[in-house]
Design a protein around this ligand. Structure first.
Ligand SMILES: Cc1cc2nc3c(=O)[nH]c(=O)nc-3n(C[C@H](O)[C@H](O)[C@H](O)COP(=O)(O)OP(=O)(O)OC[C@H]3O[C@@H](n4cnc5c(N)ncnc54)[C@H](O)[C@@H]3O)c2cc1C
Length: 375
């Protein structure tokens, strides 16, 4: 059984399968050396968490778990022959395959985005943003500005963290094409987020699209332009899984159309999980929470498929929403609780501790935090 992509959907499916008795041989194919717990990336940027905590190595996570890891990138899949090819030149057979390749940056074809913007998805991105923060703090010239494009959760959380880190040495502009920030968020969280942006003097500009980007200039849909030191692009998600032959059905966003059991239409041996999976009649958000829950359901279904049993449909249980809002602050809504501020920050950390991959890693991180408290 092959799992393509070791993010939230893929890694947690592999770990859930590894915990089952008599699971089939498992191969995870993932090009990166480390898993990245994306919801805590803001805390890595701010130094509130360390890279080993949110970016554990796959070889450590999978040691002794009965999951083989191939560090490679899948290039194409032949669904009829049940083989795949990789960038490293391998051709591998599979009995069942899980597509868990997630998404990437969407530039919407806007000129200059891929050349000039900074992004926020990888450890390398965090490093570049740290350098930017250091430069702005050292330079402290008048009228320094950085722009964050997209006021969805990532843009808002990042704008708050950046504003705290640059500590008045530059203005943070948050640019959103829609009429409001966080249009999909729970009302309490949106209110808290807007207040947090205001407290930090982040300039939220809604109803404004970016039409082009240059190294130090943004062109906007109202015809104006904005001089900036840098632009961080958080808008949009591009879904571009490796090609499958014969081509499966995809939705308008490029996601693979699945049955409620997470199986690809016309391809009973192929499954999908996480951001890349589109379920019928259920517009699910592209979140780690959805991917976690699908991973458990998918692991059960893969075992059922192996045993020739009927598969079960996935059903999403909305556990709520948590947002990081600057250093030491957060807001959360869910399971009957609404909370903001420092207590929410600690609760969010604990909730994610319980979601880090694998008990040994959770224990290592918990021990680190306890040691920090003791200091
Ligand atoms: C900065 C940030 C913060 C976020 N915060 C939250 C949050 O607070 N709460 C929340 O619920 N969600 C959050 N999300 C969204 C969440 O991280 C995604 O919804 C989740 O990661 C989706 O899981 P996935 O497995 O589909 O994809 P991913 O986690 O993106 O994993 C995809 C994996 O596939 C690998 N891959 C890609 N192509 C190939 C290939 N051809 N061959 C092999 N491997 C491949 C990639 O290297 C990657 O490791 C955040 C996202 C970002 C970027």
């Amino acid at each position: 059984m092959v799992i393509v992509g070791g993010g939230f959907g893929g890694l947690y499916t592999a770990l859930a399968l590894a915990g089952k008795r008599q699971h089939p041989p498992l191969l995870l194919i993932e090009p990166n050396e480390r898993f990245l717990f994306l919801p805590l990336l803001y805390e890595l940027l701010s130094g509130e968490l360390r890279s080993w905590e949110i970016a554990p190595r796959y070889d450590t996570l999978l040691a002794g778990r009965g999951v083989a890891w191939l560090r490679d990138r899948v290039q194409s899949i032949d669904a009829d022959a049940r083989t795949l090819t990789t960038a490293g030149g391998r051709t591998l057979p599979f009995s069942r395959l899980v597509m868990a390749t997630g998404g990437d940056t969407e530039s919407f074809g806007i000129p200059g985005v891929m050349e000039h913007a900074l992004f926020f998805r990888t450890l390398h991105d965090v490093e570049k943003l740290r350098q930017l923060v250091d430069t702005l703090r050292l330079r402290r010239t008048a009228l320094q500005r950085i722009a964050v494009v997209g006021a969805g959760p990532s843009g808002v959380e990042l704008a708050c963290k950046l504003a705290d880190l640059i500590d008045g040495s530059a203005v943070v502009e948050l640019i959103e094409q829609g009429p409001t920030a966080l249009p999909q968020a729970k009302a309490f969280n949106r209110e808290q987020a807007l207040a947090a942006l205001q407290r930090r003097d982040v300039r939220l500009r809604t109803g404004l699209g970016v039409t082009a980007l240059e190294a130090q200039q943004l062109r906007l849909s109202d015809g104006s332009s904005l001089a900036v030191e840098a632009t961080v692009w958080t808008a949009g998600l591009r879904l571009n899984p490796p090609p499958i032959h014969p081509a499966p059905a995809r939705d308008s966003r490029g996601r693979l159309l699945c049955t409620p059991e997470l199986q690809l239409h016309q391809h009973p041996h192929l499954f999908a999980v996480g951001d890349v999976a589109a379920l019928p009649d259920e517009p699910l958000p592209a979140t780690a929470q959805v991917a976690f829950q699908q991973a458990d359901c998918l692991a059960d279904n893969l075992m059922r498929a192996d045993a020739g049993e009927a598969l079960k449909p996935f059903s999403f249980n909305d556990l709520g929403e948590m947002l990081s809002l600057g250093v030491g602050e957060a807001t959360l809504t869910g399971m009957g609780v609404t909370l903001a501020g420092k207590a929410a920050f600690q609760l969010r950390r604990l909730a994610y501790l319980a979601r880090l991959p694998g008990t040994p890693h959770q224990l290592r991180v918990a021990a680190g935090w306890l040691a920090d408290w003791g200091r």
